[in-house]
Write a protein that binds this ligand. Sequence first.
Ligand code: PLP
Length: 236
Amino acid sequence: MIRVTENLTAVRRQLESAAESASRQPETVTLVAVSKRHPASAIAAAASAGQVHFGENYVSEGVAKIRELGRSGFVWHYIGAIQSNKTRDIAAHFDWVHTIDRLKIAARLSAQRPADQAPLNVCIQVNIDNEPQKAGVSLEAIGPLAGEIDALPHLRLRGLMCLPAAHADTARTRTAFARMREAMITIQHDFSSVDTLSMGMSGDMDLAIREGSTMIRVGTAIFGPRDSVEPGGGVP
Ligand SMILES: *Cc1c(COP(=O)(O)O)cnc(C)c1O
């Protein structure tokens, strides 16, 4: 049995000390607990320990857990790959989507967001290391896509998200995070709703916080190991 409560406490302490050593207020960094491949009971345990934000990568798995646990007291983040035929379920059940990288998907999410719900908060996924197999837009494509998303009535553009390459060398990860921060500052000039930089996972949260992350997505350090699914994977 994984000790979710103890793990959460340790991750929160790590967040606080990383923020402090970067001279940042810990409250400026939101912890999203990534619960993919873990049961609703593990989410409930984390929620009892005060955790509010949860991230899921797989639509049907995530929706089943949201149906079981409800929306109130939770903020649900979709952080997986998005296929067009899944946008309706995402728009109906989630509060945030971190993985927008094309207008077609954004337009569908906006059109399918139920009228009685607040606009869906979205981040643009950036392929910050230009990896051919990875989702996300290039740095140059952020501005145009941000403008298109900003024009959609039922989405709220909140910021940028990345999954950097698995560099052995932390200096390279750090420069990738720093490029993300620059890119976010650039779009903040044009879009006043932008306040979020979603970057940092179990292995690199300290570096990400040092480079200005406002939202870290942490799975393994809270819920323990999963089966071998790559970060960023998703869909079913
Ligand atoms: C799985 C996943 C995470 C969490 O990764 P850990 O290394 O388990 O903390 C964060 N972001 C995305 C997009 C993921 O797919």
